[in-house]
Design a protein around this ligand. Structure first.
Ligand code: GLN
Ligand code: ZN
Length: 760
């Protein structure tokens, strides 16, 4: 019996790689310095992992930006416009990742997308008519050799051809199946390259196998691997999957000539039953993902051992390799750097601690007397302690919820009339999403409070001064529904988490989101409740300065949950309901304090939509949408509830979004070519909507004419009825500067006025 990891984080325990790479971007270190220092980081990590006795240590899981981009680059999938820069390889690589503007030319970055159901993002490769798909790079081999020189024999990891072809974009009339022959040839070259270097194993990652597969997808996969595996010799090939189970293609996959299969037993709800039902090929290895690569809780050894025991009824014990469920890329490095209490730390397991768990589970599984061992007893004790995370009062509240708590009355159409009269807004009302530019001054105010350089009174007075000038600015510009500007918030989840019981915050537990950008999700530690009113003071202050309505700004329960590490001892539904009740208290307080419009942001609602369509409702939407409804079901008819979502790619769940029963929703639409607006028309969308009329992710100032064009396209053919359309940017303005924000908003208001006049 052995153990393994699928991949390891690479950004560095103290984000060393991030800072090195950013220094390179700023030209304060050279490309070769970056390569050299990154090599040192890799070496240190390999030594650490080897020191923990891991049997299968990955290489080529390192990346300067993203592994899918690495794979595309390795195989020459480089669009002409990047080659045309005539730059060195590192410059070309980063041009694909983040665009290039300089003496060699001006090219935009390739698009970036979310990696399955994680908060990691990959770069989308592009195949065009000129793409020559063949092995041109050497990074995986260089990595392998570097580790080998340190005396560490690794298992090279590379994204497989199926996932590469499925996740790429195509232009010039090309499609994935056109590339089967050249893909097979290129991957054969990779495999024989490693055979020559003496590698014993190679891991091909095919996470796309856990998605809904069509007959064409299945044919593509089997054709690729039938050809790829036909004359395989020497090296052994591990087919690695993660983020789910491979229910659509299990029997085809296990009949192929792989030497090992990696399945996820954490998110793969059906992984065990597939083996039970169809068996597992004799003499092949099963890399069993039993240590959660996505969450930060200590493994439950009792559960894991009983799972392994069940697996061992179908797979010989010596053929089972204890594995992580996915790459450890999705968890932070180590709890060592945190200043949490010993009992808190004892419950947590980041990447380094998971290496220990893999060793312990392996030892326990081999030990006939495991249940009497100290390690096992201590673990059982830890798991038991989690019962103390419960708060009776909170649980009581949740269990006494009934159907009427999720229904807001009167119904939408009646409210729409009442609000029209109560708020007296013009046609095409203008608003923003909430935050205004977080200037250096705003950030300094927060930092000074944190360092104790100013008192809370001074801090608050500074925030209020910013709010006052923000209100004045919005009145001058002529916006209809104003915001206070969110100057008191660093992050829309952290700010609320800090004001709720039940959250734990880390200091250095960073996780890579994309490129050099990392996030530090809070941990949901225990049952959640609101400590005290969170936003009322500033909202009331802002409203006192103007006759126009000022929106109260809250983050919704699903987004708070999705951007945190969740508990494992209770369900997502329970956590969402607890947060919903806390945010509901805030909604009620805002309303009681005279706030007439309240926005509950659900920026991340779409993010955790399950990978498999058949799971969408039962495992997620059936509680996520009610959690949102619970938040606002108690408000008066006059109070207008807004929500905001960051991605507009929710064509397939438009009905569910309408079912949130908000009065108004705003979302990003300026980049997605109005596809979403057509879906709204098709589904007879009822909620009033503000699809963003300009992109706030770029400093560009949109002209008045452009915005008029966007508004008219939305109104065109009654896509959105004029009585239901709002005019707003597509997200919060916090990352923008004041210089571009003010003229952009002036153009937005003027554009809305012109179209409004024509309609009147
Ligand atoms: N209200 C938040 C803001 O304006 C929403 C941010 C978001 O959607 N990510 O910043
Ligand atoms: Zn947004």
């Amino acid at each position: 019996m052995k153990n393994s990891i699928i991949g390891y984080p690479r950004i560095g325990g103290l984000r060393e790689l991030k800072f090195l790479t950013e220094s390179y971007f700023k030209k304060s270190i050279s490309g070769s310095e970056l390569e050299h220092k990154a090599g040192e980081l890799r070496a240190e990590q390999w030594r650490y992992i080897a020191g923990k006795g891991i049997d299968y240590i990955p290489s080529n899981d390192f990346s300067f930006y993203d592994n899918l981009l690495d794979t595309a680059y390795l195989l020459g999938v480089i669009p002409e416009r990047y080659k045309a820069l005539g730059a060195d390889s590192l410059t070309t690589y980063f041009a694909m990742a983040r665009g290039y503007q300089g003496d060699k030319g001006d090219v935009k970055a390739l698009p970036m997308k979310k990696w399955f159901n994680t908060n990691y993002h990959y770069i989308v490769p592009e195949f065009d008519e000129k793409t020559q798909f063949s092995l041109i790079g050497s990074k995986p081999f260089d990595d392998y050799n570097q580790a080998k020189a340190l005396g560490i024999k690794t298992k090279p990891v590379i994204i497989g051809p199926f996932t590469l072809l499925k996740l790429s974009d195509y232009s010039g009339g090309r499609k994935a199946s056109d590339f089967v022959t050249s893909a097979v040839k290129a991957y054969k070259n990779i495999i024989s390259g490693f055979t020559v270097l003496g590698a014993e194993w190679i891991q091909l990652d095919e996470p796309c196998l856990v998605t809904d597969l069509t007959a064409d997808d299945k044919a593509l996969f089997t054709e690729l691997y039938r050809q790829l595996l036909n004359e395989k010799k020497g090296i052994k090939i591990l087919l690695q999957t993660y983020f789910g189970d491979i229910r659509d293609i299990y029997t085809d996959v296990v009949s192929l000539n792989f030497d090992a299969f990696g399945f996820d037993f954490i998110e793969g709800k059906k992984s065990l039953s597939l083996i039970e039902q169809y068996g597992f090929p004799k003499g092949k290895k099963l890399f069993a993902g039993v240590v959660n690569g996505k969450n930060i809780w200590r493994n439950n050894y009792e559960e894991t051992l009983s799972l392994l025991k069940k697996i061992s009824e179908y797979v010989d014990r010596e053929d089972i390799v204890i594995n992580t469920s996915c790459s450890l890329l999705h968890v932070p490095y180590t709890i060592e750097n945190e200043s949490l209490s010993a009992s808190q730390k004892s419950q947590l397991s980041f990447a380094q601690e998971k290496l220990d768990e893999l060793g312990e589970i392996k030892a326990l599984f081999l030990d006939k007397n495991a249940k009497n061992s100290q390690i096992y007893i201590k673990n059982t004790e830890l798991v038991k302690q989690r019962a103390a995370f419960a708060d009776k009062a909170v649980q009581q509240k949740i269990s006494s919820l009934n159907d009427s708590d999720f229904i807001r009355l009167p119904v939408f159409t009646a409210r729409e009339e009442i609000q029209r009269k109560a708020l007296g807004l013009p046609l095409l009302p203008t608003t923003t999403i909430g935050s205004f530019p977080q200037t250096a001054e705003v950030k300094a105010n927060r930092a000074k409070l944190k360092k104790g350089e100013i008192t809370t009174e001074v801090y608050k007075a500074n925030v209020k001064a910013k709010i006052a000038s923000c209100i004045k600015l919005q009145e001058e510009i002529g916006l209809d529904v104003l915001v206070h500007g969110e100057f008191e918030r660093n992050d829309m989840v952290e700010f609320f988490g800090e004001n709720l019981d039940g959250f734990l915050f880390t200091a250095k537990a960073w996780v890579q989101s994309y490129g050099t950008r990392c996030v530090k999700p809070p941990i949901i530690w225990s049952d959640i409740k609101r400590k005290n009113p969170i936003t009322v003071e500033y909202s009331v202050f802002a409203q006192s300065l103007t006759d126009k309505p000022v929106k109260g700004m809250l983050t919704g329960p699903v987004t708070i949950l999705n951007w945190s590490f969740p508990r494992e001892d209770i369900t997502g539904r329970e956590m969402a309901m607890q947060i919903a009740l806390a945010i509901k208290d805030e909604v009620q307080d805002l309303e009681a304090a005279g706030i007439r419009v309240i926005q509950v942001d659900e920026a991340a609602l779409k993010e955790k939509l399950p990978i498999r369509r058949e799971d969408w409702h039962t495992e997620y939407l059936d509680w996520a949408i009610p959690a949102f409804r619970l938040v606002h079901s108690g408000v008066k008819a006059e109070t207008q509830i807004h929500t905001h979502m960051c991605y507009s790619e929710f064509y397939e769940i438009v009905r569910d979004i309408d079912n949130m029963d908000a009065d108004v929703i705003s979302f990003e639409a300026s980049r997605s070519k109005l596809l979403i607006v057509d879906a709204l028309l098709r589904e007879n969308f009822r909620t009033q909507t503000g699809p963003g009329v300009y992109d706030i992710h770029s400093p560009r100032i949109p002209s008045e004419g452009e915005i008029i064009g966007a508004i008219n396209r939305m109104l065109d053919g009654n896509r959105i009825k004029k009585e239901k359309l709002w005019v707003n940017p597509d997200c919060g303005l916090k990352t923008r500067g004041e210089a571009e924000t003010v003229p952009s908003l002036i153009n937005l208001v003027n554009a809305a006025k012109k179209v409004r006049n024509e309609l009147n």
